[in-house]
Design a protein around this ligand. Structure first.
Ligand code: GRF
Length: 213
């Protein structure tokens, strides 16, 4: 099976992008990072990807005003030019319309810093602390039109400690994200994932949730 060509979509720091690139440096990994695309021209991750010799693209959403679909048509064009098979959203801070989501059904993943369906949206770590949960974590899921929904491919749980601050909890979750996302992409790119009735199966077996990584 040829390696799947993956585009990583970012808006900023790009530490999950780094984790995916590192995994794909192993020739045995079933995916290669063929493109890093950012909607923010100054995204730090773009410069790093560039230095690593990975193709990069900027599609600045501010150039499209309120026309979200025009922005997405431009993104789609770049993805097609690079013959992309799988899209990984990694800190990509744009809500997508059904237009782009439909193009990539079953081939677009997102990583969210919480154990979905808990704490959708932003500020997940602060809200987890405020809620007093004892476990928090990260989720890799297929992207569907509804935000932070879609079949769950992999989850990693981390403990919430009594003296945690938002920063310490975020750092613990982020370290788990960096292990989780490459694992999850590896499963999808390796052709091991199917979705039945909105739930993911890996090698035909329901995903253990949350899996520890
Ligand atoms: C991560 O916490 C990810 O889960 C969320 O946005 C953050 C992106 O961080 N979607 P980075 O850009 O990958 O460092």
């Amino acid at each position: 099976m040829p390696r799947q060509r993956v585009a990583v979509l970012i808006s900023g720091r790009g530490s999950n992008m780094d984790a995916l690139i590192a995994a794909a440096n192993d020739p045995a990994y079933p995916a290669e990072i063929a493109l890093v695309l950012s909607n923010v021209p100054t995204a730090a991750g773009i410069e790093r990807a560039d230095r690593m010799g990975i193709a990069t693209a900027i599609v600045d959403h501010t150039q499209f005003g309120k026309d979200r679909e025009a922005f997405e048509r431009a993104v789609q064009k770049v993805l097609e030019t690079h013959r992309i098979d799988i899209v990984c959203l990694a800190g990509f801070l744009r809500l997508l319309t059904p237009f782009l989501v439909r193009q990539w059904e079953g081939r677009m993943l997102n990583i969210h810093p919480a154990l979905l369906p808990a704490f959708k949206g932003l500020d997940t770590h602060a809200r987890a602390l405020a809620a007093g949960v004892k476990q928090h974590g990260a989720t890799v899921h297929f992207v569907v039109p509804e935000m932070d929904a879609g079949p769950i491919l992999a989850q990693a749980a981390v403990p919430v400690l009594a003296d945690d601050t938002e920063a310490t909890l975020a750092a613990r979750v982020l370290a788990a994200e960096h292990r989780l996302y490459p694992q999850a992409l590896g499963l999808l790119a390796g052709g091991r994932v199917t979705v039945r009735d909105g739930r993911c199966l890996v090698d035909g077996v329901p995903v253990p949730v949350p899996a520890s990584v």
